[in-house]
Design a protein around this ligand. Structure first.
Ligand code: PGA
Length: 250
């Protein structure tokens, strides 16, 4: 059985003061959650978020990690730096990184390795653009992103690796994949894991849906067999909305 996971992705939002306020507001509302609860925040908010989440069931994650231990990589962050802050999760390969900052399957692969070496749980994002979907390329794109991005990882690594299927056209647009569509596509990703890695990996890997998941559609999405959770952007910035999604089964 795969334990469901609901993760917030704050992106470039919230100051430290706002972080303290939001985590403190979320905590009492999600304390009886049956799923794993994760909030991924900007680097400058991590320490504040960790403090505010202390003694609660909320786990804190970062939004990226570099593969090098240290060096001349202006604007990047190393696993050692995040380790001192005791983050448990890290988002890797988000479509915004791929779209605006030149992230590739190869760099995703290196970042996942660095995250695993530091004992973080990487949340690896994959997903097709609108153009790719319309030209019938969805499966080709996902096949490439999953096999290249996760190349070389072994069964035990998939105890930690979480995959997030985020169709790019659904992110921040209010357009959601239908529950059936999301379920089928995640089923396809699982099929890729079985074929290119191992059946046992396909069975245990947690695969989330992301892209305009909100209070209105979360129950329907979470009812689908292949969907093990959600990566939530916009709705994770409001305590009530995020808590509602976390408590989707209540
Ligand atoms: P959204 O973002 O929920 O605002 O669409 C999801 C994501 O980008 O992870």
């Amino acid at each position: 059985m795969r334990k469901p996971l609901i993760a917030g992705n704050w992106k470039m939002n919230k100051t430290m003061a706002e972080t303290k306020e939001l985590i403190s507001a979320i905590a009492p509302k999600v304390k009886d959650a049956d799923c794993d609860v994760v909030v991924c925040v900007p680097y400058t908010d991590i320490q504040t978020a960790k403090r505010a989440a202390k003694g609660t069931n909320i786990k804190i994650g970062a939004e990226n990690v570099h593969w090098a231990q240290s060096g001349a990589f202006t604007g990047e962050i190393s696993a050692d730096m995040l380790k001192e802050l005791k983050v448990e999760y890290v988002i890797i390969g988000h479509s915004e990184r791929r779209q605006y900052f030149g992230e590739t399957d190869e760099t995703v692969n290196k970042r996942v390795q660095a995250a695993l070496d530091a004992k973080f749980k990487p949340i690896v994002c994959v997903g097709e653009t609108e153009e790719e979907r319309e030209s019938g390329m969805t499966e080709t794109v996902l096949l490439r992103q999953v096999t290249e991005g996760l190349k070389g990882f072994k069964s035990k690594d998939f105890d930690k690796i979480v995959i997030a299927y985020e169709p790019v056209w659904a992110i921040g647009t209010g357009k959601t994949a239908t529950a059936t569509d999301a379920n089928n596509t995640i089923g396809y990703i699982r099929h890729v894991l079985a074929k290119k890695f191992h059946r046992s990996i396909a069975e245990k890997a947690r695969i989330l849906y992301g892209g305009s998941m909100n209070v209105k559609n979360c129950k329907e999405l979470m009812a689908e067999e292949e969907i093990d959770g959600g990566l939530i952007g916009g709705a994770s910035l409001k305590a009530d909305d995020f808590a509602f999604i976390v408590n989707y089964d209540k």
